[in-house]
Design a protein around this ligand. Structure first.
Ligand code: AMP
Ligand code: ZN
Length: 460
């Protein structure tokens, strides 16, 4: 089956038809780097990773850009509240650039730990202020903006339709409608493009309109246009982006080029905790580090995410994480058993498994279905090295590193001997190396030397 994806824009599952089949262009809304990413945020990037891997499995090359929001994202996704970066800067008594730097690094570390296949282009908002400025100027030239005393707003009433993703009615949004709104704006759905910075504002840049800073939505329109062109293939984000952020990105693109910037819009649903919202006040907001401290490796969280389709909410519980942990060990064991099997298996069976897996991932990334094919292989009574190879091929989509032994937490004493043995081997002192290997064996650990170094396991 060729790839089909659900498109929020048309509200239908559609055949994926690339603009240029030699290179798929994707844009993903990235993190606001004012704090550590929580595991809900991380679900959004695991989804992004899943999409990339499925496209690559289908043979496509990718050009994918993701932004890092380090300015302009207000506490509310609309134009209310303080900039999240400035709030963090007060909380931690650091300047906002230090905050951004620190949490960008933390985010990238999380991505690495989760084995996320990263976009080819990572672009920071603060490094593209000039690109945003030019973008705004063209929107103004095209007649889609108006000025108030301190803000340049996008005029949504100039569009043929605002709210194409969430299918809202523009009449309801106009001034005088039921909703109360900032009366400096002409229409309730208008939003800030370019804002005059107050005297003591920490993030501001010289511009055609004096010292200003950009509205949050602008960075995605301006940077996607710079790196991917006016129209590209796929735009991704969390489902909370649908009603405001992505509507506003589309509005800006229409004001800039008259076009909707992406053909397919994909949105991942939320991670819930114990069936409800995850929040600091409920004390149920976890980071990847929290999970690690509780004994769950990042790959266990990756495995857990395959239990639900990305368009459905997923409920986080520690019981579910325990199940994912066990499942991952079984998967790795099952792979090893096939690896030790013989070569004797009908090609037809292999092709059937491969077809079923492809059908599942190409059916709008149906990972629960794809995992059921994986389990059928693990449980298959005939053990075959050919099936191990099939699993390894599927793992290019799963990203679980099923061929890598699980790392075990070694006691300090053992770590010391392992290090000593590494030194002995580096010095080609083979007798010392053998002596230490036997010592480890007596202490209950088996060492195997591999081409990439050594692996260590608890004795069976
Ligand atoms: P932010 O860093 O706040 O801009 O959010 C980063 C990403 O996380 C966005 O794509 C959000 O849609 C997504 N997100 C936020 N909360 C959750 C959640 N509980 N589950 C899944 N995704 C989320
Ligand atoms: Zn965005």
């Amino acid at each position: 089956m060729s790839l089909r994806i659900y498109n929020t824009l048309t509200r239908e599952k559609e055949d994926f038809i690339p603009i240029d089949k030699n290179e798929i262009r994707i844009y993903s809304c990235g993190p606001t780097v004012y704090y550590y990413a929580h595991i809900g945020n991380l679900r959004a990037y695991l989804f992004m990773d899943n999409l990339r891997r499925v496209l690559k499995y289908n043979g496509y090359k990718l050009k994918h850009a993701m932004n890092i929001t380090d300015v302009g994202h207000l506490v509310s996704d609309a134009d209310d509240g303080e900039d999240k970066m400035l709030k963090a800067s007060r909380r931690e008594n650091k300047n906002p650039f230090e905050i951004a730097d620190f949490y960008t690094k933390a985010f990238l570390e999380d991505m690495k730990k989760l084995n996320i296949d990263m976009p080819e282009i990572i672009c920071k908002a603060t490094e593209h202020i000039d690109v945003m400025e030019n973008y705004v100027k063209r929107i103004i030239e095209n007649g889609y903006a108006y000025e108030t005393e301190d803000t340049i707003y996008f005029d949504t009433s100039k569009l043929d339709k605002y709210g194409v993703l969430s299918n809202r009615n523009i009449e309801e949004q106009k001034a005088g409608a039921r909703v109360k709104f900032d009366n400096k704006k002409k229409n309730v759905s208008d939003f800030a493009l370019w804002i005059k910075a107050p005297e003591n504002h920490l993030m501001k840049w010289d511009s055609f309109w004096g010292k200003c800073y950009p509205g949050w939505h602008l960075e995605c329109s301006a940077m996607s246009e710079k790196y991917l062109g006016e129209v590209f293939d796929i735009h991704t984000g969390g489902m909370d982006h649908i009603p405001i952020h992505h509507e506003n990105e589309i509005a800006q693109s229409k004001g800039y080029s008259g076009k909707i910037p992406a053909h397919y819009w994909m949105h991942v649903d939320f991670l819930q905790v114990n069936g409800g919202k995850m929040s600091k006040s409920l004390n149920n907001l976890y980071t990847l580090k929290d999970l690690e401290e509780k004994g769950y490796k990042p790959e266990v969280y990756r495995m857990f995410n395959f239990s639900s389709h990305y368009k459905k909410p997923i409920n986080f519980t520690f019981e579910a994480m325990d199940s994912a942990k066990i499942a991952l060990s079984r998967l790795k064991e099952g792979y090893k058993k096939h690896l030790l099997g013989n070569d004797n298996i009908d090609e037809k069976i292999i092709l059937e498994f491969e077809d079923r897996f492809l059908d599942a991932i190409n059916d709008d990334l149906n990972m629960p279905q794809a995992m059921s094919v994986v389990w059928d292989i693990i449980r298959y009574e005939k053990k075959s090295v050919k099936l191990a190879k099939v699993l390894l091929k599927f793992d290019s989509v799963l990203g679980l590193k099923i061929d890598k032994d699980e790392e075990i937490d070694l006691p300090e004493e053992i770590k010391k001997i392992v290090e000593e043995r590494k030194v002995a081997r580096a010095n080609k002192n083979w007798s010392k190396s053998d002596e230490l290997r036997d010592k480890l064996l007596n202490l209950g650990y088996t060492v195997k030397d591999t081409k990439d170094g050594m692996s260590i396991q608890l004795n069976e």
